[in-house]
Ligand binder design. Sequence first.
Ligand code: ADP
Length: 257
Amino acid sequence: MPSDQPVPPADGLLLSARGLHKSFGDNHVLRGVDLDIAPGTVHALIGPSGSGKTTVLRSLNGLETPDAGTLRIGDLSLDFDRAIGRRERAALHRASAMVFQQHQLFPHLTVLGNATIGPIRVQGRSRDEATEAALALLDRVGLREKADAYPSSLSGGQQQRVGIVRALALQPSMLLFDEPTSSLDPELVGEVLAVMSELASEGWTMAVVTHELGFAHEVADRVSFFDGGVVVEQGSPEQVFEAPQHERTQRFLQRMR
Ligand code: ADP
């Protein structure tokens, strides 16, 4: 289990978003998104390209700021109808950690350097403590022997596993995955999904934007289907994949088969 879980709100949710709106210029990308995530659960965000999934995920991590709506994560409450200050944005950024589609590792740092720079520079932890924690995490994803290697010498799957270690090293309350396997060669997808499944079974709270519907079906506790900037349908994987209620969900799933 993650060590630093903030106390969930009284309703038992770790995260609750209501009425998120976001426009980029004239492009009204989020049109009132609601999302609830209970602690220790995996929430898959699925749907066609351009439906707003990544924008929601980035909003949860403070990388985008919605124009309207509210967000509660742990004991932090934000109301986007008013201006969000730097401190609030930083607190939001700290509450979760993102694993990106492209791993975005620093090429000039070793694997260990990538996994310790956040804890040392941003969180002020000692080098010894950060190194010990990072080595233990690298061990867990089978990459301890690569600690002194540079990212360019690793396979895409290994790089993405380092990306996951870097997120875990920040000891966030939840993990956000933005299509973590979509830039990988097909034969490398499995090793990354395996690490994600393991984290899910260890009790990490995770929000995952993914086109890997098999993974979502198997590992997610809840699935939200996005289309046109709203959650069209939300339910258990069985409900959404096996008995979708909405015609747009049905059409999307048929196309993906
Ligand atoms: P999805 O993850 O479902 O593919 P996104 O959230 O990435 O959807 O994108 C939704 C829409 O928002 C797209 O039309 C995309 O071009 C637009 N968009 C996303 N980020 C930006 C940005 N930083 N600036 C301008 N437009 C953006």
